[in-house]
Design a protein around this ligand. Sequence first.
Ligand code: GLC
Ligand code: CA
Length: 553
Amino acid sequence: MTTQQIERKWWHNAVVYQIYPRSFMDANNDGIGDLKGIISKLDYLHQLGINVIWLSPVFKSPMDDNGYDISDYQDIAAEFGTLEEMDELIAAAKQRNIHIIMDLVVNHSSDEHPWFIEARKSTDNPYRDYYVWRKPLADGSAPSDFHSYFGGSGWEFDELTGEYYFHQFSKKQPDLNWENPKVQQEVHDMMNWWLDRGIGGFRMDVIDLIGKVVDQKIMANGPHLHTLLQEMNKATFGRRDVLTVGETWSVTPEIAKLYSDPARNELSMVFQFEHITITFDPVEGKWKPRPFSLVEFKNVISKWQTELSDQGWNSLFWNNHDLPRAVSKYGDPGKYRIQSAKMLATALHFLKGTPYIYQGEEIGMTNVRFESIEDYQDIESINLYHERIAAGVSHQEMMQGIYENGRDNARTPMQWNGSANGGFSQSSPWLKVNPNYGEINVELALEDKDSIFYHYQQLIALRKQREVMVYGDYQPLFEQHPQVFAYQRTLGDEQLVVICNFSGQVVELSLTDEICGLYGECLISNYRPVSELGRTLNLQPYESFVIDVSSSL
Ligand code: GLC
Ligand code: CA
């Protein structure tokens, strides 16, 4: 395999940091994170070294789904701040060479958006076709049995006009009708308005769903999806040098190339979730987790690394605001928290693609376990809890699912220091802080030169310095080994060997001729640096290191 001379883009060696504004930093002490809070932490992010922030939604919203239900795409939610403060954030970030990418949530709006308020007034309202309305079946029931991802029917009956509207998520998130050219035009105008304000691109929420053909029950990957994206590209960001990343749970490598092959003028890259969904039960989904299999995981990663090597681009992530904390899911949140968090960071950041760090990951924040469902705020966990309990699932089983995969794991407030509420706010936060903030917080991480924070800082800096980390070809090693994830990256006569022990046990690894005898500079490690590959390696629990073996080839 050869590395094609793909056109260099600034976002190829970028590292993105995702902020969930509600939980990042509360500047005015009302218990909710805000824009001023983010501005106050830009120096911290600059110190970490990231150069892009993906901001989860900050737009005006009734907050049924914490802002993924937007009632005005061109204004900021009062609890987060003002448009002026948003401009201030964009400018202050720019001064630190940080681009801000906004969350584009246009599969649906809020039911409190003026478009929807108009649409529901009458069947001939000019906004009616902005949404998906259908008549009841002869017996008055919903047009189909489509089940919403947040529980219950995906159809909501609206008394006034006697029709149902369609919503894939909560009933306060009616689906927009992308078959209507006016919807496309409104969204394009809105995107240009934001681009003109100086943002660096968009993360596109469930973008694989906008091409839906509701009557045929086609939701993801509808027949016009890619045409819609090409039109969007042409009408908006295509003329600008920005980063666009689609959230696409349904993607295969073939489809990912459709989105991210530069020749097709769609998106920079997409998030694929196959490494996540292999840990879910095939029928019951995330609420019934399957044990993690490293071999299966490696197959998935290798497939994506190889398939997108010359055409398209990968995004790399362990977690986000919808997923559990990386160290809890794939590492050891207890005895080996620090070693395993560093190992996971190394394993991911040396892959080919653009890495995404979710707030708190850089200090090894962990999942949370609240005893009562009352302490949870996430609409998905709460709705599904009640739905499944009513269907006979036990409280214990459902709570176990929430502990492992519930979205509030990622949403507990950022842990800045050991003071009350982890320094996030002086009043009680909208979601309880994880009780471990005394041991796990930014202040402690910054004081300790061996902390997870500085490991991330080093990885981000390496990506800026080493082309091989960005553009090198990927070759897996020890593919069938149940505990070790290892690979090589090669660019011209440069070569890196990455070795990661994914287990809490000491592993004795016999090296094949392929890499035995190689040596060179150890670029990063989480125990003592290793600079030579002998016949056997004795790997400590969660040990990982990377050697630049170029000079020994
Ligand atoms: C995406 C978001 C998630 C949200 C959903 C509906 O999956 O990441 O947080 O609930 O879309 O907008
Ligand atoms: Ca606040």
